[in-house]
Design a protein around this ligand. Structure first.
Ligand code: PLP
Length: 485
């Protein structure tokens, strides 16, 4: 079973700072700042802490009734390994959540006896990614300023991640951010959430091509070593450890509100890249009493198939009404695999090579049993997703978005007896207005602060899907902003 006491689990000593290993075992331990700025390890692996800091029952009791930013500071601080003083970090975290439009930051809503939704969408772009990225953008700025450096963040988006990254980086002194989106292929709300941000360091590029073209261009820029080094290219994508770290916090606040440390809880997590639900696993490893983690997927069900069979095999990506979960290779899954394989980096590297070469791999029966002791996978069809939206609205008056509805449908069929089940509500329904209206006839309005989104001026540069043209544009713009000759 995945719990404290296994060989790889070691409680961090108070004075010891957490160091980070690569899941592929090919790099020396790194400190937090390196992990933050590099994102991906040089051997292609993902960074994980060498040991888990410990949440004691007394600490959990102490979190009761505390503001979110205080609990967040306490939980994240041990992972920083001295990169920031406690006071400076506390101020950073307080500022990161000040702009959220709910005083609880992540309020719990009751939907039935022992059934809850955790609203993670009160940040600036109406999706849960704001919770981690609002901290990440500030951490980047702090660490770069300390080193007297600048960085250029480059990313591709099919809609959702781009706006959260832009909101996290806007106005920051040490970073320029360039987000590529496929021209005419994101919704108007999604485009405007990006292009109406007019800060000097924010650069939107509409590529005449598809999302895959955008991703290929970003990848090519990272593979162009002189370009990468000259601009200090960096990414804030979902494999960055700091994003997982910031997501641990709301598992803790929700569990404490419903009875931890005295009473265990279960979570149901709408899943794509496995980042969010992996944060729940980390909370469990740190000592939070989590009885079960339900991994809810849409038709793109590589994870549900894995937890059913032990086989991790790529499929064809199919579009659904929950597009942020339309993923067939879940990058953060490698972090769980590392633990399932006894933290053997070479074994992880061999499995990932098989994924690349043969399209999949299987784990041994004992490894699958260990995973299933905590995780249950569940695939939810489009019809069940629509029903969950309509039923939840009819029986509670609370309106879920399609991603959340995938979670609610899975939770309804898998709730453990006598344990509160908390489904993570990952997006505001107004972000997916059309799908919600189709399901239940109600068209959710954008919150007041976005009411004039359709009238705001936009700034975006259209470019062909041509690496040289994109690099030339980025080079000129980044240098202008940084004041270099
Ligand atoms: C990104 C996203 C998810 C999936 O989260 P992962 O960390 O990739 O598993 C689910 N719902 C929404 C609304 C998202 O934006």
């Amino acid at each position: 079973m995945l719990r404290p006491g296994l060989a790889w689990f070691r409680v961090a000593e108070e004075e010891e700072s957490v160091r980070y290993l690569s899941t592929r075992g090919g790099t020396a331990p790194r400190d937090f700042e390196t992990v933050l700025l590099e994102g991906l390890a040089r051997d292609g692996g993902l960074f994980v802490p060498e040991s888990w800091p410990r949440l004691t029952p007394a600490m959990l009791e102490g979190f009761r009734g505390q503001p979110y930013h205080r609990v967040a500071t306490a939980i994240m601080l041990p992972f920083l390994g001295g990169a920031m003083s406690e006071d400076a970090f506390a101020a950073l975290v307080e500022e990161a959540y000040r702009g959220f439009r709910h005083r609880a930051v992540v309020p719990l809503v009751q939907l039935g006896p022992d059934e809850w939704a955790l609203e993670l969408f009160h940040g600036p772009t109406l999706a849960f990614k704001d919770i981690a990225l609002q901290v990440l953008g500030r951490l980047f700025d702090h660490v770069l300023a300390k080193r007297g450096r600048r960085a250029t963040i480059v990313g591709a988006t099919s809609g959702d991640t781009g706006s959260a990254a832009i909101e996290a980086c806007r106005g920051r002194k040490s970073v320029d951010i360039f987000i590529l989106h496929p021209k005419g292929r994101v919704s108007e709300v999604q485009r405007r959430q990006m292009t109406t941000v007019l800060d000097d360091n924010v650069h939107n590029i509409a590529i005449e091509g598809t999302f895959d073209d955008c991703q290929a261009l970003v990848k090519a820029m990272f593979n162009d070593a002189p370009f990468r080094d000259r601009l200090q290219l960096s990414a804030v994508n979902s494999i960055n450890w700091a994003r997982v770290m910031a997501q641990i916090v709301y598992y803790v606040t929700a569990a404490v509100a419903l009875g931890a440390p005295d009473r265990p809880v279960a979570f149901c997590v709408p899943t794509g890249n496995f980042g969010d639900v992996f944060a729940g696993y980390v909370a469990r490893q740190m000592g939070l009493p989590i009885a079960r983690l339900v991994v809810a997927t849409n038709r793109n069900d590589i994870l549900a198939r894995f937890f059913a069979s032990g086989e991790y095999r790529m499929g064809q990506v199919e579009p659904t009404s929950s597009p942020s979960m339309d993923i067939q290779v879940s990058s953060n899954f490698e972090r769980l695999l590392f633990d399932l394989l006894g933290r053997d980096g070479q074994a992880v590297a061999a499995h990932m090579a098989a994924l690349g070469e043969a399209g999949g791999f299987a784990v041994a029966p004992a490894e699958l049993a260990a995973a299933r002791a905590l995780f249950t996978g569940c695939r939810v069809e489009e019809a069940a997703c629509r029903d969950a939206i309509a039923d939840t609205y009819r029986t509670t008056g609370w309106l879920p978005d399609p991603h959340t509805a995938i979670g609610l449908a899975a939770a309804a069929s898998l709730k453990p007896e006598g344990v509160p089940m908390i489904t993570l509500a990952t997006a505001h329904p107004a972000k997916f207005q059309a799908a919600v209206a189709r399901a239940c006839g109600v068209s959710p309005a954008l919150p007041a602060f976005l009411g004039d989104l359709m009238d705001r001026p936009e700034r975006v540069r259209t470019l062909p899907k041509d690496l040289a043209a994109v690099e030339a544009h980025i080079l000129s713009q980044a240098l202008i902003t940084s004041g270099a000759p």
